[in-house]
Ligand binder design. Structure first.
Ligand SMILES: Cc1cc2nc3c(=O)[nH]c(=O)nc-3n(C[C@H](O)[C@H](O)[C@H](O)COP(=O)(O)OP(=O)(O)OC[C@H]3O[C@@H](n4cnc5c(N)ncnc54)[C@H](O)[C@@H]3O)c2cc1C
Length: 397
């Protein structure tokens, strides 16, 4: 019988592709009129196989006073728009702080490393099914720059540490980097590719070769469950019958899960991006500015600059955050992009769990699966998460 995949973000599209390739009949339903219109749309474009640190880490704790006072350049915390939201923030925040302990950080990082490795293998296998250049990265390699002596100290112990001079050899465009640069971590296997390009390639093949139906502009109002089993989904104007639903609804997951007594510990961690025409001095590889929490990614003839982590804030302050992102990027790394061109500003909310580990698998409702909570690395984790759903449901014999 048909599997309904709810959501056509990078997680939903990857899940639909993997399930249809495994022989299932799949329908994807999204309330937006186009695929990847939510948090996946104009993200940092990183397939960050090697650099998977969760947001909850011991390094956050000393920054906490500045974050809470609104003085941290990269992270902000809102107050919650109503008492319910404030209570949720307090509960989520307490769980998040628990995950910042050394032991929890190490455990979560190992789990994220494992999922990233599965994802890397899965993207390679997806690419073999697609036309040869469909998933061709636009940037190969990633450098995380140490901008303070403390960051340098932490990086020096790592096997992929490079001195400042070696960093400039790997990425000559760093000659125009204006901030302190003490060295960095280099991951030659990490790549950049616009997430929308990835989603379009996968959804086209899923539609044309595996017969996946995309029902766009259809808001799902209910997952229909009778006697503990999935029976179908209700959209605004009709009911689709199915015995299996995979909910890939990112930050909207709980709206449809709650009526069935399910709830994921999700927090919206808002980020922003600008996409600008690249100049001849644009970097070839991706570069992460750890202090400002920015990533600079090569998208061929464009440069994507993405960053900030605003917890429980609304999209209302979007314009001023995008202006700050643009001004800071121009100051930190002038000359790499045409900063005077219209910047194509964007904001999206990362669906973040306190641990940074997504929820993937069947729920207590028979036939209802979730694939959500991928936080800061949803693009990186999407293909591996999709394969875990295929493993959980099984392939068609
Ligand atoms: C600024 C920024 C930079 C980032 N950079 C990176 C990066 O470089 N690398 C990386 O790996 N990750 C990155 N991420 C994280 C990544 O983008 C997210 O984790 C990922 O997009 C989550 O995907 P998703 O499919 O779960 O959610 P979404 O993309 O939000 O998809 C959910 C979909 O559900 C649909 N939907 C919601 N409710 C309903 C309903 N009732 N009925 C029907 N449809 C519905 C929405 O329309 C949406 O299309 C970044 C995120 C941000 C914000």
């Amino acid at each position: 019988m048909t599997i309904c995949v709810l959501g056509s973000g990078v997680v939903g599209v990857s899940t639909a592709f993997a399930l249809s390739r495994a022989g299932h009949e799949v329908i994807v339903i999204d309330k937006a009129n186009r695929i990847a219109a939510g948090a996946s749309h104009a993200n940092g474009a990183q397939l960050s196989w090697s650099y998977t640190d969760p947001m909850a880490s011991p390094a956050v704790l000393p920054k906490l006073p500045n974050i809470l006072l609104g003085r941290d350049p990269a992270m902000r915390v809102g107050l919650g728009s109503n008492p319910g939201a404030a209570l949720h923030l307090a509960k989520w925040g307490t769980q998040f702080l628990g995950q910042c302990r050394n032991n929890a950080f190490r455990k979560n990082k190992a789990a994220r490393d494992g999922l990233a490795a599965e994802s890397h293998a899965a993207v390679d296998s997806f690419a073999r099914d697609l036309p040869s250049d469909a998933l061709q990265p636009t940037g190969v390699g990633k450098l995380v720059i140490a901008q303070t002596p403390r960051q340098l100290e932490e990086m020096r112990r790592q096997p992929n540490y490079l001195s400042a001079e070696d960093c400039r050899d790997v990425e000559p465009a760093l000659a125009s980097w204006s901030e302190p640069q003490y060295g960095g971590l280099y991951s030659p296997d990490d790549t950049a590719l616009d997430t929308l390009t990835y989603c379009t390639a996968l959804s086209d093949l899923a539609r044309e070769q595996f017969g996946v139906r995309f029902e766009l502009g259809q808001e799902v109002s209910e997952i229909i469950v009778r006697r503990g089993r999935v029976q179908g989904v209700r959209t605004i104007d009709r009911v689709l019958q199915c015995d299996t639903v995979v909910s890939c609804l990112g930050m909207s997951s709980n709206t449809l899960l709650r009526p069935h007594g399910l709830s994921l510990p999700l927090m919206a961690v808002r980020g922003y991006s600008v996409t600008l025409p690249a100049t001849e001095s644009a970097p070839r590889i991706s570069v992460t500015d750890l202090s400002n929490k920015f990533v600079f990614a090569n998208l061929g003839d464009r440069v994507r600059i993405a960053g900030f982590a605003d917890i429980a804030t609304s999209a209302r302050g979007q314009k001023s955050r995008i202006d700050t992102l643009l001004q800071t990027a121009r100051r930190v790394w002038p000359g790499i992009a045409d900063y005077d061109a219209p910047p194509h500003g964007w904001t999206g909310a990362r669906p973040m769990t306190p641990s940074g580990i997504p929820h993937i698998g069947e729920t207590k409702v028979h036939g209802l699966y979730v694939n959500a909570g991928h936080g800061s690395l949803g693009y990186t984790f999407a293909a591996g998460s999709a394969m875990r759903i295929v493993d959980a449901i099984g392939a068609v014999q």
